[in-house]
Design a protein around this ligand. Structure first.
Ligand SMILES: Nc1nc2c(c(=O)[nH]1)N[C@H]1C(S)=C(S)[C@@H](COP(=O)(O)O)O[C@H]1N2
Ligand SMILES: [Mo]
Length: 160
């Protein structure tokens, strides 16, 4: 295991709040229940937690009111700049793979999202480093995925 895989943090950005950094293990323990990924995904390996259970605990922990509106989308961003926008309605049974045999993911880490009720397998994003919970009523129900195509000037300078 490389040093980077060990220390890779995940950024969580909830509607209107400042992003916070967590580890895969932090997310799994907050979710409160873990299960074999194979319960949700045929041929799935390793351990996962339920996305909605995690989000519910996260909202409580952040002091979000229980009757506050739910997000309309989850946007996930990966190490390789692949990203996906997933509508709330497709997130039922979504699971986050965070370990294999109790150890960090040998590939696709720090975590991989699986969306069994998603409109495309392309939404099963590997190497997720950002979870953004969004409220975008105008685009409700819309899904998209692909490699990020626009970069800020700062990002362009870093990539040279
Ligand atoms: N980080 C990242 N995740 C990704 C991709 C990618 O290029 N980068 N490709 C997606 C696409 S288009 C598909 S079809 C699936 C493929 O998953 P598999 O390699 O497990 O078959 O991963 C998705 N997740
Ligand atoms: Mo794909």
């Amino acid at each position: 295991m490389t040093e980077q895989a060990e220390t890779k943090k995940i950024s969580i950005a909830y509607i209107g709040q400042e992003a916070i950094a967590v580890t895969p293990e932090d997310m799994a323990s907050l979710a409160g229940r873990v299960f074999p990924l194979s319960e949700r995904v045929i041929g799935g390996t390793g351990e996962a937690f339920d996305f909605a259970e995690w989000l519910s605990a996260f909202r409580s922990g952040q002091g979000v009111a229980e009757d506050a509106p739910l997000p309309t989308h989850l946007k996930v961003e990966a190490v390789d700049t692949f990203e996906a926008l997933i509508p709330w309605e497709q997130l039922k049974d979504a699971a986050v793979q965070f370990a294999v045999d109790g150890a960090p993911l040998p590939k696709g880490g720090p975590v991989r999202l699986y969306v069994p009720n998603g409109s495309s397998e392309c939404l099963n994003v590997k190497s997720v480093i950002v979870f953004r919970l969004l409220h975008d009523e105008g685009n409700r129900g819309e899904a998209s995925y692909g490699f990020k195509s626009t970069f800020t000037p700062d990002e362009m300078r870093m990539k040279r």
